[in-house]
Write a protein that binds this ligand. Structure first.
Ligand SMILES: NC(=O)c1ccc[n+]([C@@H]2O[C@H](COP(=O)([O-])OP(=O)(O)OC[C@H]3O[C@@H](n4cnc5c(N)ncnc54)[C@H](O)[C@@H]3O)[C@@H](O)[C@H]2O)c1
Length: 312
């Protein structure tokens, strides 16, 4: 198969390359390296790298024309500057429309989109069923939700996966890399008073293998273990892993742009694909920490504004 992976130099995209390249699929990445890394996509036979933005319709069309993908994995997203609404719209809305139009013109068999759980905004109950209404309130959430809505209107064969926090190689966002880096450096930490769900990359891969099948169900699906853990739970696992007697940490209220509880209900996904997450919370975090131990961490990104605390 011929997979076009938008945002292929990012965390999920590069993991998918590592999964699908050895299987002999032809791959093409389009990435502007806003948060992705050049070194994870060295061009080689069977992997084409196009540097540029999906906001550039001509570049997107040219890429489809040349590569002729059978499948699109749409992983590119802008989020790193929560105040840069124009960039979020350019990538997450316009860029997504460019990808949808080109995929239609080139009769792509299947498009897999990755969606943030922030599309639900502040949910009225958790776990959040996939039928709960979307109500995003951040630039990232709003623009990603608009992008997903256009895809669902496109007439393409689309699977949009609303993802829990996927943990795997090169994860550079969220509490796990932050606690690991700060605790290791002997720096203070704080925990936001929030709950999240965490999914191991192996569970994400097993679902991806299913959704890429041309006759698999289409639509919008939650991808999660369905179990929530507090950020303080994450802190304790990281401290324990590092052999540190965990120092007391301030628990700070969720910031204005944050959501107290995000736990997705994956029951409809289980029914549709017969898929179940297998790796438990602690093992998921420890797998992540083992990766940092071996390869280190560079930049850490966030789509949230920094909370006001003396400990940042
Ligand atoms: N990782 C998760 O747990 C998670 C959770 C929810 C949703 N998602 C979604 O999954 C996708 C991948 O997330 P990730 O964690 O790998 O993030 P990431 O930042 O590592 O990857 C995003 C990639 O998109 C690229 N990009 C940004 N703007 C672009 C543009 N205009 N044109 C081309 N490339 C562009 C970046 O350089 C980067 O390589 C995103 O759509 C994100 O919204 C991820």
């Amino acid at each position: 198969m011929r997979f076009l992976i938008t945002g292929g130099a990012g965390c999920l995209g590069s993991n998918l390359i590592e999964r699908y390249f050895p299987q002999g699929h032809e791959l093409c990445v389009i990435d502007n390296f806003a948060t992705g890394k050049r070194e994870v996509v060295p061009p080689r036979k069977g992997l084409t790298v196009v540097e540029g933005s999906i906001a550039d319709a001509d570049l997107v069309n040219q890429t489809f024309e040349t590569f002729k993908p059978t499948h699109v994995i749409h992983s590119a997203a802008a989020y790193k500057d929560p105040g840069d609404w124009r960039e979020d719209v350019a990538t997450n809305v316009l860029g997504t429309i460019h990808i949808a139009n080109a995929a239609k013109a080139h009769k792509v068999g299947r498009l897999v989109n990755f969606q943030t759980a922030l599309c639900y905004g502040r949910p009225t109950s958790v776990p959040i069923g996939v039928d709960q209404p979307t109500a995003p309130f951040t630039s990232y959430g709003i623009s990603k939700t608009a992008g997903e809505a256009y895809l669902m209107q496109s007439g393409l064969s689309v699977v949009s996966l609303r993802l829990a926090n996927v943990c795997g190689p090169r994860l550079a966002i969220g509490p796990i890399p932050t606690f690991y880096k700060r605790l290791k450096a002997g720096q203070d930490c704080f925990c936001s008073d929030t709950t999240r769900d965490f999914l191991d990359i192996s569970d994400f891969f097993s679902l991806m293998d299913d959704v890429l099948k041309v006759d698999a169900p289409t639509g919008v699906f939650n991808v999660s273990t369905g179990e929530g853990q507090t950020i303080h739970d994450v802190y304790l696992v990281v401290a324990h892993y590092l052999g540190i007697d965990p120092p007391e940490v301030p628990i700070v209220p969720a910031g204005e742009d944050d959501v107290a509880q995000v736990v997705l209900d994956p029951s409809a996904t289980r029914m549709a694909f017969g898929w179940n997450a297998k790796v438990n919370f602690e093992d998921t975090i420890v797998n992540q920490l083992r990766w940092y131990e071996k390869y280190g961490i560079n930049d850490i990104y966030s789509h949230l504004a920094a909370p006001s605390t003396d400990n940042t």
